[in-house]
Every structure is written in structure tokens, then in C-alpha cells.
Write a protein that binds this ligand. Structure first.
Ligand code: SF4
Length: 345
């Protein structure tokens, strides 16, 4: 049987009319699905029992469930979700004052094999359907309200997988989460983070993408980056810079550059100079991220290297933020829980 969330509103209306129901039922059912996050027909209490039974006979829900939750001493909570086919992905909730940011996954595993990423070592299994991306948001939103007393205020597509390699499902999930008839989150509170798929960035520009876009650059030396992030070979710096310039021209966006500070690899003043040069064609905001150690053999940059790096960029009038790592005691970097997963709910 088909997941009711995988048919369009028009198809649902057609089904209802064929079965003697009224057209307005579509809006009621859609509200249950995409605003309240229902995962059973029994929850749809404003529908008649007969209609609920009819739906149950023809459709199903491919449910996503929270398999494990691990909470850090700093409040960060990490989730392992099990999908309808047994595949698993991760999500993270990061509270900060009144703000709760949810980091969500777009693929089961990842094919891109960035050397410092735990997910890269899992390999790629499949793309997530938009309903599975939506489920992560809905399930974590309920958790956020219970744990912190606030709903999710921000979303980053920065969990497992490369969102631009699952373009349609990611776009549809953004549409659903920002829909006024659904959760209605503002697009400006959503960030799509990519390791740099030039064609996908151009597509975002052509589609008038409203949320923020972040490039996980991590190294502005092309050869050095290509050795640790093989995606650089098929999406070289010239292609990436062209695509980002195009995105800026079409949408007026300032690009966020994510830069993981790794000791001895990308944290010298010369690396900062290369980063400055890479960013010259478009306006940027730079987030320097403290490394959350995995067993990859990398170490986080010492404080003095970070300070020298920041001082150089600021001398060039660049906007730089330092992001301290959260959830260090729970392996909060993506892919770490799926590899270990020792703490059960
Ligand atoms: S950093 Fe992102 S793109 Fe690279 S392997 Fe990990 S999940 Fe994939």
C-alpha cells in the first residue's frame, strides 16, 4: 500500500470524490499530515470513523521512529531514527537561549567520503523521501518542546548526506516545513549546507531558493582539499566560485562559509589568506567550527592558531564567527551515533 503522504493533494481529492466523500476533507487530512504530523489515521479525530477506515484500507504510513536519544551535559540531544525499511539516520537538537536548532539528515549515509566525517565511512544507501525529512523535523519538534519548552526555531540541513544530491526531496521538505498551512517556519531560519555541488547551487539560484546557503569549504587550498574531500575533483574551485557568484547575483544572498578548524591541516595564516582569496568574488560570512573529534585521526586546532586565523581575516574586514563544538560527550558530529549507538532510550 502507498504512503498517503506520497500522493498529491489532487490525487487525494480524486480518491475522496470517487468514494463519495466531500472535497473539503482533503484540507482536513493535509492538515493532519503536514501541520500536526499525524502518523496514524486514528489520530484524525475530525474525520468520521468510516472515512478513517476507508483511508486505512487504501493507504499506509511509512513511519519514522526515534530509536535512541542521547543527551549531552550541555543540553544538546542527538537522535537516531529508524526508517520504515530499517535504515537509520541521525538528527541533533542544539538549544541556545530561546533558540533551538535542529540539524537534520537528507540521505542514508553518504557517497562523498570526506576524510574527517564519520558518515562518509558508512557509505551511501539511499536518498531520504521528503516525508522522512519532514518526520525528523516533526519528531524532534515534539522533543524540543518537552526538553527545552521551545519549538524548533532554526533548521540546518547539515546531518547525514549531501542535500544537493537529493535535490527534489530536500526542496519539497523545505516547502512543507515553511508552508503557511503547515509548520510555517520562516525560510530565513533554514540553512542548507553543501560541500559544494556546483550544478545544485546553480539550480538553487534558478529556483529562487529563499533559505540560507552554507558552503562547507573547510580548506581553501584546492589540491589539499581534493585529497580530503574528493568531491573537489568533480566540482573544482572555479566551478564552485562561478556557481556561488551566480547564486549571489540571482538572490542577493551572502554565502555562509563553514570552516572546520583542524590542527596542522588548514589552520595557518597562509590557509586564512587562501580562504580570503577564495571568498573575494561574493560576499560571505565565515563560521569557524571547532572540530568534534571522531576516530578519524584529526585534532582540533589549538586556540592560538584559531586566534591568528581570525586576526588575519578580520584585518581583511571579513565577518567571522567562532562556533564552539556542542555535545562533545555524545558524539554529536554526524554519523558518529549510527556507527556506535550504545546508549538506548
Ligand atoms: S561531510 Fe557531508 S558530504 Fe562529506 S561525507 Fe560527511 S555527510 Fe557526506
Amino acid at each position: 500500500m502507498e504512503d498517503i503522504r506520497h500522493i498529491t493533494a489532487e490525487q487525494l481529492t480524486e480518491f475522496l470524490l470517487q468514494n463519495g466523500e466531500k472535497k473539503f476533507r482533503t484540507a482536513q487530512i493535509e492538515e493532519w499530515l503536514w501541520k500536526r504530523g499525524a502518523l496514524t489515521f486514528g489520530e484524525m479525530t475530525n474525520l468520521s470513523v468510516a472515512l478513517r477506515q476507508l483511508l486505512e484500507q487504501h493507504f499506509t504510513f511509512q513511519r519514522t521512529a526515534i530509536e535512541r536519544r542521547v543527551q549531552s551535559s550541555d543540553g544538546t540531544a542527538k537522535y537516531l531514527f529508524t526508517l520504515h525499511d530499517g535504515c537509520q539516520v541521525e538528527g541533533v537538537l542544539i538549544p541556545s537561549g530561546q533558540r533551538v536548532t535542529a540539524c537534520i539528515s537528507s540521505q542514508v549515509g553518504c557517497a562523498l567520503k570526506c576524510a574527517f566525517c564519520a558518515t562518509g565511512t558508512l557509505g551511501f544507501t539511499r536518498n531520504l523521501h521528503f516525508s522522512e525529512i519532514f518526520d525528523q523535523y516533526m519528531l524532534m519538534n515534539r522533543e524540543a518542546e518537552q526538553l527545552y519548552g521551545h519549538a524548533i526555531s532554526n533548521i540546518v540541513y547539515m546531518g547525514m548526506g549531501e542535500p544537493l544530491l537529493n535535490y527534489e526531496n530536500v526542496m519539497e521538505s523545505v516547502r512543507l516545513i515553511t508552508a503557511p498551512a503547515g509548520p510555517g517556519l520562516s525560510p530565513s531560519r533554514i540553512t542548507l549546507s553543501t560541500v559544494g555541488i556546483a550544478e545544485g547551487i546553480r539550480r538553487l539560484a534558478d529556483d529562487g531558493f529563499k533559505p540560507e546557503v552554507a558552503l562547507s569549504l573547510h580548506c581553501a587550498d584546492e589540491l589539499k582539499r581534493s585529497l580530503r574531500m574528493p568531491v573537489t575533483r568533480s566540482n573544482n574551485f572555479a566551478m564552485l566560485q562561478d556557481a556561488l557568484r551566480y547564486l549571489h547575483e540571482k538572490t542577493g544572498k551572502r554565502i555562509t562559509i563553514e570552516y572546520l578548524m583542524l590542527k596542522g591541516w588548514n589552520d595557518s595564516v597562509e590557509d586564512a589568506r587562501k580562504l580570503f582569496r577564495f571568498c573575494m568574488p561574493f560576499p560571505v560570512k565565515i563560521n569557524l567550527i571547532e572540530y568534534n573529534a571522531t576516530d578519524s585521526g584529526y585534532e582540533k586546532s589549538p586556540e592560538e592558531n584559531v586566534q591568528r586565523f581570525v586576526a588575519f581575516l578580520e584585518s581583511k574586514n571579513m565577518v567571522v564567527n567562532i562556533r564552539h563544538s556542542r555535545g562533545q560527550d555524545i558524539d554529536a558530529a554526524c554519523g558518529q551515533l549510527a556507527k556506535k549507538g550504545e546508549t538506548r532510550l
